[in-house]
Ligand binder design. Structure first.
Ligand code: ADP
Length: 493
């Protein structure tokens, strides 16, 4: 005979150990013989005291205990085992089997009893049942431990999730909420501190109640999605799934809440940007189309057609400039620009940019002055530095008055290289200053109407300056002029 451990569900590698306590030598020897043949390890004790000592010293799976023994008797051994070794299965050997004895021994924790005299088969059977019970008990305990561990692992994961998880029962009461879910409820339910612990307060959030109600009422509804806006202007995506039993009976609902505020904002910005771009592209295209229609459909003299074609060309050039600026911007924003970082001489770059702009300045009798130290070096991409300075200096000319003045100055200070571009031009009102770094922002006034531009130059400048961890500032007085100051850390590249 052998104990079927597969059925017990436990996987005990070791040989079962059994102790036999009996003062009758023949019983001890008989038990040892029968049980050893089964592959068990058997230890025998001739009296209760030595038996109890052995039980304390060594590990046993099962004990066969004679009730009448010198030293500590069987009943007392049972009591001790019940108190100190409840996992060792106790089987009583008794010479006077009576119903009362049986009841008493079971009360004291014995699993079974075997009356003397017994056959080897009876012994094998009772021991096998006892061992099976022990394995079952141990494997149950292990399962329970595993379950507890699994549950606590699940709870840890649930609480660590950034998504909110709420579970409501069929009455709509909250039975589980992870940390993010509870935070959401606390912010949305607007219940007082005292009210919060109540299970009902989940239904205080109207949107959640409507989801749970809808699922509860429709037995075919597996789940539903909803976007919820909270009082403080945040947006959440709530995905609800019904929990049903095998007969489709409604048990409750699991709701997962995800904060989509940021995504919503990006979407809004994206569509605003697309609207702006389409709007900016439409007016020059409409102008070109208008001129072309006139040229095709009407008789215009050469001078007039020449004038129209020139206007078309300048509109198309402006469009091209806008598209190039947009591409620059998107490259900068996506970080896809390839920077060639080298030691650059800022003084030399400023000199070149000023020289290139001098022609445009001269056309309107504007003086450009450059004041800089001999050599100002920093690590940067040359093209990007040129882009910053060209934009600022060309704006200082474009938005200047005729016979005005532009001052470009560069110096090193403790934070890096500081370049300022001042003009004596039209200046800007304080409210315009808040928006000039936004894409497509242009001041609309009679003074700027004749100035061509895309409204993208300063956004590009700002993006580049940010990429170098630099700063850009502007001060301006309407009618007097503006000063743009850029600070670039020397080793930011
Ligand atoms: P653009 O010059 O192509 O319109 P920018 O992004 O360079 O675009 O500038 C945005 C707006 O800021 C300009 O349209 C103009 O109204 C204002 N601005 C920029 N620089 C100056 C300046 N130096 N003086 C006055 N206004 C300026």
């Amino acid at each position: 005979m052998s104990v079927d451990r597969r059925n017990s569900g436990a996987s005990f590698e070791e040989t079962p150990r059994i102790i036999v306590m009996d003062d009758e030598e023949s019983i001890r020897l008989g038990c040892e013989k029968v049980l050893s043949r089964e592959g068990f390890e058997v230890v025998a004790a001739a009296d209760g005291s030595s038996g109890w000592e052995l039980l304390q010293e060594q590990e046993f799976d099962l004990a066969l205990i004679d009730l009448k023994m010198p030293g500590i008797d069987g009943m007392n051994i049972l009591k001790l085992m019940n108190e100190h070794l409840p996992d060792v299965v106790a089987i009583v050997i008794t010479g006077y089997a009576s119903y009362e004895t049986a009841v008493e021994t079971v009360k004291l924790g014995a699993y079974d009893y075997i009356p003397k005299p017994f056959t080897p088969d009876e012994l094998r059977n009772v021991v096998r049942r006892g061992l099976e019970r022990r394995f079952l008990r141990l494997s149950n305990r292990r399962l329970l431990l595993d379950l507890t561990e699994e549950r606590s692992r699940l709870m840890t994961i649930l609480h660590a999730m950034s998504d909110g998880v709420l579970v409501a029962n069929r009455r709509g009461e909250l039975v589980l909420a992870n940390s993010a879910g509870r935070e959401w409820l606390d912010a949305s339910a607007q219940t007082s501190e005292e009210e919060a612990p109540s299970l009902d307060y989940v239904v205080a959030v109207e949107e959640i109640r409507s989801i749970t109600d809808r699922i509860a009422e429709d037995p075919h509804l597996e789940g539903c999605d909803e976007e919820i806006e909270t009082e403080d202007g945040r947006f959440f995506h709530a995905a609800a799934t019904a929990i049903r039993d095998e007969d489709s009976g409604y048990l409750g609902v699991v709701i997962v809440l995800r904060d989509i505020t940021e995504r919503r904002e990006i979407e809004k910005m994206k569509s605003a940007f697309v609207r702006m771009v389409s709007h900016e592209l439409r007016s020059p295209l409409a102008a070109v189309q208008g001129y072309l229609e006139l040229l095709v459909d009407t008789d215009v003299d050469d001078a007039e057609s020449d004038r129209m074609l020139r206007r078309c060309r300048s509109r198309v050039e402006a469009l091209q400039q806008m598209i190039n600026d947009l591409l620059d911007l998107s490259r900068l924003e996506s970080g896809a620009v390839h920077r060639e970082l080298r030691r650059q001489d800022v003084t030399q770059i400023l000199e070149e940019v000023v020289e290139l702009q001098r022609g445009a300045a001269l056309e309107r009798d504007i003086d450009i002055h450059l004041a800089t130290e001999d050599s100002l070096e920093m690590v940067a991409d040359r093209r990007e530095l040129e882009e910053i300075f060209t934009n600022l200096i060309s704006n200082a000319i474009k938005y200047n008055r005729d016979e005005g003045r532009v001052d470009v100055a560069a110096e090193r200070d403790e934070y890096g290289i500081r370049v300022s571009v001042s003009d004596t031009g039209i200046g800007m009102k304080p409210e315009a200053l808040e928006s000039i770094f936004e894409e497509f922002f242009r001041v609309r006034s009679s003074q700027t109407a004749s100035v061509t531009g895309t409204g993208l130059g300063l956004s590009i400048v700002k993006q580049i300056v940010d990429a170098y961890d630099g700063e850009i500032d502007v001060s301006s007085q309407p009618g007097e002029g503006s000063t743009f100051t850029v600070l670039l850390p020397v080793d930011s590249g």
